[in-house]
Write a new protein. Structure first.
Length: 247
């Protein structure tokens, strides 16, 4: 009788041990899965914000200049932002910039009008899908006889196309510097920018006006048109102040 009692007790102990081991293994596995999922979510949320500098030679940089993009890059990094400049170009108007210690990617197409940018923006936006776009366009349009109104409509088209590839894209839209060419025509163009921003602004895809015009003088250029070091500093500072509101 005692022998059967011992056998029964042994079976019970074995069963309880197996049950505890099974539950422990399950809980450890589940905990490990939760940790892995959490790590995955953190990795997804820590990606850099993609910023596309979009424009003409004022964005691209001319001559021996680095462009405003270099100063802006360091402003953003020194402030602790994780950003990634995006674009199909890595040169300044076909030339290597004097200093290459910043993110060179951009869409600053020297000599291009806004309608030419509109014709190519699908290709660039589909490959990079920017989160934020810095637009400084209109100088070459107004210099070649295009009207301020038609240039505004081309920018409207660019905004629409950018939203096709990222419905949440944020647009920083410049009132352009006016030292290059007819200042009167550029002032007229700049006066239309706030209305365009109001018409195209949405909660999920804001359009924010950035005043790059006020206080920018001929002395801030290398040739009456393209920014020198001082001019680049002014442009970079104003972009940076606007970016801090959307980053």
């Amino acid at each position: 009788m005692r022998r059967w009692w011992l056998i029964t007790l042994s079976i019970i102990v074995t069963f309880v041990t197996l049950e505890i081991t099974s539950k422990s293994t399950f809980n450890a596995t589940a905990f490990g899965a939760n940790r892995n999922n959490k790590s995955h979510l953190i990795a997804q949320n820590s990606s850099s914000t993609r910023i596309m500098p979009l424009g003409d030679s004022i964005t691209g940089g001319e001559g021996s200049q680095n462009s405003y993009r270099r100063l802006l890059w360091f402003y953003l990094l020194n402030a602790g932002y994780s950003v990634d400049f995006v674009g199909s170009l890595r040169v300044n108007c076909g030339r290597t910039p004097p200093q290459q210690d910043f993110d060179l990617d951009n869409e600053g197409h020297c000599g291009w009008r806004t309608d030419q940018i509109l014709g190519q923006i699908d290709q660039w936006a589909s490959s990079t899908r920017p989160d934020i776009v810095l637009i400084h366009l209109g100088t070459n349009d107004l210099g070649s006889g295009e009207s301020p109104q038609s240039t505004i409509e081309d920018i409207r088209g660019i905004i629409q196309k950018l939203r096709y590839y990222n419905p949440y894209v944020k647009i920083l839209l410049a009132q352009i510097i006016t030292t290059c060419g007819s200042e009167e025509r550029k002032i007229s163009f700049n006066s239309l920018i706030p209305n365009l921003a109001n018409q195209t602004n949405t909660y999920q895809s804001p359009v924010i006006v950035v005043d790059q015009y006020s206080g920018f003088n001929v002395s801030d250029t290398i040739d009456g048109c393209h920014p020198n070091n001082t001019g680049e500093g002014k442009l970079a500072s104003r972009w940076f102040e606007a970016l801090k509101k959307v980053l």
